[in-house]
Design a protein around this ligand. Structure first.
Ligand code: GLN
Length: 223
């Protein structure tokens, strides 16, 4: 980690802290969602898709996609998914977007600290993404504020913009499924609460995407 630039970042930002994600350290602050263990399953899902071993002693499936694929990470936040994918799959092209400029600053810092060469851009979902990725990955806000099991106090240090969505938490996920299918992007990996999976699978099916795999919170859908 480059000490001098990190100190500079900390001086100019809301309080920062360090979090482990997939065996690497990410800097975060109150502008981004805190990387969570369940999101690591997204990485396993994608490594398995390209036939790369992801667990010691477990054979990956036969590759469905090449390791030099183009992936767009939508709602990148701290950049933990995009950066991890680039470091695990150095031949992949990774585009990472977020609607929040403040979040993109954090992602940029992490990409710099971890030497991950990824393209970062500000965009509302796929709106400003002109490239056609082979795969879209997203851990969007999907928490419905009315869920009684949510500990709002525990979530209060993270931006509401990164956590909450209307329509049972599915507003943004459904919008992304619309955009992905309108653009004929063939592969989609999403994180959502398991209580939402059935609804997402049914909505995606109507749009032409079929569930291929569920891994914890992660769903893999494809044409
Ligand atoms: N899994 C997180 C939670 O339940 C939410 C993450 C998200 O909204 N993307 O707190």
């Amino acid at each position: 980690m480059k000490e001098s630039s990190l100190n500079n970042f900390e001086q100019n930002q809301p309080m920062s802290q360090y979090v482990d994600f997939y065996g690497r350290v990410f800097i975060i602050n109150s502008d981004v969602l805190i990387p969570r263990p369940e999101t690591e399953m997204i990485i396993d899902t994608i490594l398995n898709l390209v036939g790369k071993p992801y667990l010691p002693g477990v054979k990956p499936s036969k590759a469905k996609l090449p390791q030099n694929l183009t992936i767009a990470d939508i709602g990148t936040g701290s950049g933990c998914i995009a950066i991890t994918l680039k470091l695990e799959l150095p031949n992949a092209t990774i585009i990472a977007s977020d609607i929040s400029e403040k979040a993109l600053k954090v992602a940029e810092k992490n990409a710099d600290n971890l030497d991950a060469s990824i393209e970062l851009l500000q965009s509302d979902l796929l709106e400003k993404i002109t490239a056609k990725p082979d795969l879209v990955v997203a851990n969007l806000p999907y928490v419905d504020e009315s869920w009684e099991w949510i500990d709002k106090k525990a979530l209060s240090k993270e931006p509401a913009l990164a956590l909450y969505a209307n329509n049972g938490g599915l507003e943004l996920i459904n919008k992304l499924i619309d955009q992905v299918t309108e653009r004929s992007i063939k592969h989609l990996v999403l994180e959502a609460d398991p209580c939402q999976h059935e609804q997402i699978i049914n909505f995606a099916k109507k749009k032409g995407l079929t569930l291929r795999e569920t891994r914890g919170f992660a769903l893999y859908l494809s044409e």
